[in-house]
Design a protein around this ligand. Structure first.
Ligand SMILES: Nc1ncnc2c1ncn2[C@@H]1O[C@H](COP(=O)(O)OP(=O)(O)OP(=O)(O)O)[C@@H](O)[C@H]1O
Ligand SMILES: [Mg+2]
Length: 472
């Protein structure tokens, strides 16, 4: 269960909790004070009355008979000197022997009479029909032989003390109420101060715009409780900044890549239109235009593929695929291109992977076309498959152009081409390996590259253990 509705601000919540805590505290103190005041008043009464009972017991003991006590009633009067609020009465079997005032304690309340050997240690309370409150004790007197008995009653008007107590309670409640209101107001201001760092953090966040993604929240000026939040926020900013940078790099690369073929087409067409030409010339110009357009079209569909790869995970149609027949098919497809350069394609090994067939073919095709393009003339390009430690590794190896070590990490970047001078001649757009990488990501795998002078260049596709295990 929620303590506060969601629309309550943190500040309001804190102020309310502050007020609740202080009201509990003030209430506790008030109850404690009122109670201890009451107790101390009663203790004083008990002491006074017990003293009187002892005194009266002594006076009675000295008197020979109830009659002589009646005669010597001034002795009892003396016991009350200086205590005008006290009432004293003594009764024996024969009736009332002495009464300082006409006060009558009702018979049903007279139950608790302290024995002769007891010093009264407790008072009873009685409220008269007139509304006055009395405290009283009753105690027994008995002589040694047990022949003479009497009951001593000492009572005191407690009304004034009750009034004092009532006033005290009222004051405590009023003071407490004022205290609660004050503490709520105080809590409101304290909470406002306490939450100030949150506001300044919000201000700092508001300063961050797309053009200022490099800004961070300064952790040194953030209290410990908010540091984790600010840290995560900074991390998110770093990710955003990186993603944003890549996106803008990518779009400028894209514009750059499209400008060249579009410019070529434009200039060609303008030149063609500048004067009238023979149908053969138009045909030639159109043919070269088509080539350029084909390249553009291929690039655009590659771009679309990459853009959709993120959403493609759900649409992936995975099935168990045997690699050896796959190698054969693809080697045959690229056979002509290989033959032209005197290159032979050999395949070795076999395994089964869980993959989307079209995507697997596309990845292998991209790797093989790269290998054929960069292989030394009259060399061998090898396709290999092996399963080890539950993972399947597919390798495409060629000898020839080596990728410089410092560029190995970048060949998977979009539009990246190691040899800029050859890019037009070789006709690549630099998207092939980026596509291979995103296909492997879709399959939960990775792609690796190694390149050295002696061993040539090898690209390895690593399919994960789970994907292969499910195929069994
Ligand atoms: N087998 C290889 N040997 C040497 N260099 C390679 C090899 N494969 C790729 N590269 C380098 O990596 C770069 C990027 O390859 P990628 O396949 O992404 O683009 P591309 O082949 O130039 O163009 P695309 O494949 O889009 O037609 C290539 O331009 C080339 O410089
Ligand atoms: Mg390529």
């Amino acid at each position: 269960m929620k303590l506060f509705p969601l629309e309550f601000s943190l500040r309001l919540r804190l102020a309310m909790m502050f007020a609740a805590a202080s009201s509990a505290m003030l209430g506790g103190i008030g109850v404690y004070l009122a109670d201890s005041l009451y107790r101390s008043m009663i203790a004083r009464d008990v002491e006074e009355m017990a003293g009187k009972v002892e005194l009266v017991r002594n006076v009675i003991a000295k008197a020979a008979t109830p009659e002589s006590l009646k005669r010597d009633s001034h002795l009892l009067d003396q016991a009350l000197v200086g205590h005008p609020h006290l009432h004293l009465s003594v009764e024996s079997l024969g009736g009332v022997v002495y009464a300082s005032s006409p006060l009558q304690i009702p018979a049903e309340l007279r139950g608790n009479v302290f024995r002769h050997d007891q010093v009264p240690w407790r008072v009873e309370r009685w409220t008269s029909p007139q509304g006055a409150t009395y405290h009283f004790v009753m105690a027994e007197y008995r002589d040694r032989a047990g022949a003479n008995r009497a009951t001593i009653t000492v009572a005191a008007d407690f009304s004034e003390e009750m009034e004092t107590l009532r006033t005290f309670r009222r004051n405590v409640i009023a003071g407490g109420a004022v205290g609660i209101v004050l503490s709520a107001i105080l809590g409101w201001f304290i909470a406002g101060r306490g939450l100030a760092p949150l506001r300044s953090m919000a201000d700092a966040v508001r300063q961050i715009t797309v053009s200022r993604l490099d800004q961070r929240i300064d952790l040194a000026h953030v209290p410990a409780e908010l540091r984790e939040l600010a840290g995560s926020f900074n991390q998110m900013l770093a990710h955003l900044e990186e993603a944003f940078r890549r996106l803008s790099d990518f779009s400028s690369d894209l514009a750059h890549e499209m400008r060249t073929p579009v410019n070529t087409l434009l200039v060609q067409s303008q030149v063609a239109l500048s004067k009238s030409r023979s149908p053969e010339t138009y045909r030639e110009i159109l043919e070269s235009g088509v080539e350029e357009l084909e390249r553009l079209s291929a690039m655009i569909s590659d771009m679309l593929f990459l853009a959709q790869a993120e959403d493609a995970r759900a649409a992936l149609k995975k099935e168990p695929i045997e690699l050896a027949p796959e190698f054969e098919r693809i080697a045959e497809f690229y056979g002509l291109a290989a033959e032209e350069r005197g290159i032979s394609v050999e395949s070795a090994g076999n395994a089964i992977v869980m993959a989307d067939r079209l995507m697997l073919e596309r990845a292998l095709g991209n790797l093989l076309s790269n290998a054929l393009r960069h292989a030394a003339p009259d060399s061998v390009v090898r396709l290999t498959a092996e399963s080890s430690a539950g993972q399947v590794v597919v390798g495409v190896r060629n000898t020839g152009d080596r990728i410089p070590p410092d560029e190995l990490g970048r060949v998977f970047d979009r539009f990246y081409r190691a040899d800029k001078s050859r890019q037009r001649a070789s006709g690549g757009t630099g998207l092939g390996l980026a596509i291979v990488q995103s296909i492997m990501e879709l399959h939960g795998g990775t792609v690796r590259v190694e390149s050295s002078e002696e061993r040539g260049t090898v690209f390895s596709l690593l399919f994960p253990v789970a994907a292969t295990a499910r195929s069994r």
